[in-house]
Write a protein that binds this ligand. Structure first.
Ligand code: SF4
Ligand code: SF4
Ligand code: SF4
Length: 335
């Protein structure tokens, strides 16, 4: 029997949903554990950060880092995982592209602290005390907190990454794909995919989606899903409901559209583009015939249609803002 490999999971700025996604390997988790030992996972094992620090460099075969990088602790452990792991995987949309935490790049640290600690409605903090990197407790002991950054980063903005596993969180289809790659590598010595690969599909989500398309689209109004009694089998876009399928990479199994929810784009941009939001805007213009119907639609009509999209930045760049051309809306870095 081939020698088992060692795997480690470490979270950065993460909701921990990606750890749960690993548990969602379900019975396949046992298949994974038949070829790999889990040597570090603060969520799933009783381990301490020092345990990871003490491991020899490159002693872990594959490290999964999930979550974005938004403070000094996330950054320190991104470097430690890079040092300890032969192969480092950016697991989930946050590590891949900045994800939902990356939407914080529309603002900055000062505004976030003000909102959370001074204008808070959920925390009792009458003095509006802000977290300090260093402070003293009542007995005079020094307490430290990680430094909160002004900007949110994807993992490869900080360290070299070998592979990317997209989605929020990665679905069982994607996990099974990783499992196959890892098993074939361990048991048959098959080479791993080329460095930098995204473990997903080269197609767009629309290719994977089973909703019916007629090809005839004439929409004069856009709807939020709760505003319309929609056809449960028909393409969302054809019904005037925005679905990011045309601008999103396939590989998740189109789980959301199959469950009657439009795609929100967590797999990131398709293989042929880098800019998911701009790609979706251009898909919308073409799907709704704004370019062909230029003579029919006045600029005012087009503007009226586009104004029906609430929070376009949050919709089109929900998972990818730090990796987009927009990148950072607030430019100055405050630490
Ligand atoms: S990708 Fe999604 S599930 Fe994973 S840590 Fe980020 S927000 Fe959570
Ligand atoms: S736009 Fe959405 S609903 Fe329509 S085919 Fe593409 S993924 Fe499916
Ligand atoms: S359908 Fe869209 S939002 Fe849902 S998992 Fe797939 S890529 Fe993500």
């Amino acid at each position: 029997m081939a020698e088992k490999i060692k795997i480690a999971l470490k979270r950065g700025a993460s909701c921990v949903g990606c750890d749960i996604a690993i548990v969602n390997f379900n019975e396949e988790l046992f298949t994974l554990l038949s070829v790999a030992d889990l040597v570090f996972s603060p969520t799933l094992l009783d381990v301490k950060y020092d345990d990871l620090k003490k491991m020899p460099d490159k002693s872990i075969t594959i490290g999964f880092y999930h979550g974005a990088v938004r403070n000094s602790d996330n950054e320190e452990f991104a470097h430690i995982m890079r040092d300890k792991c032969q192969i480092l995987i950016a697991y989930g949309a946050c590590a891949h592209m900045g994800g939902i935490p990356g939407l914080a790049n529309v603002t900055d640290k000062i505004a976030i602290f003000k909102k959370v600690y001074k204008e808070t409605f959920s925390t009792v903090n009458p003095d509006g005390t802000l977290p300090e990197e260093k402070s003293l407790d009542k007995e005079g002991h020094e307490l430290t907190l990680p430094r909160f950054y002004d900007e949110v980063y994807a993992l490869d903005d900080i360290v070299d990454v070998d592979y990317y596993v997209p989605a929020c969180p990665p679905t069982s289809d994607i996990n099974n794909k990783i499992l196959t790659v890892v098993k074939e590598f361990v048991e048959e010595g098959k080479p791993l995919p080329p460095k930098g690969s995204i473990i997903a599909s080269e197609k767009t989500l629309c290719d994977e989606c089973e909703r019916k398309r007629s090809g005839e689209i004439k929409v004069d109004r856009l709807y939020r899903i709760q505003e319309i009694a929609f056809d449960e089998e028909k393409c969302f876009l054809e019904q005037g409901i925005i679905c990011l399928g045309p601008a999103t990479r396939a590989g998740c199994g189109a789980v959301c559209t199959a469950a009657n929810m439009p795609c929100r784009g967590c797999m990131g941009p398709t293989a042929s583009v880098t800019e998911q939001g701009a790609s979706m805007l251009s898909a919308l213009a073409s799907v709704y015939g704004m370019t062909d119907r230029e003579t029919e639609l006045s600029e005012e009509d087009i503007e009226k249609l586009m104004m029906q999209i609430p929070d376009p930045l949050g919709l089109f760049y929900r998972f990818s803002l730090p990796k987009s051309q927009l990148g950072r809306v607030v430019k100055e870095r405050v630490e």
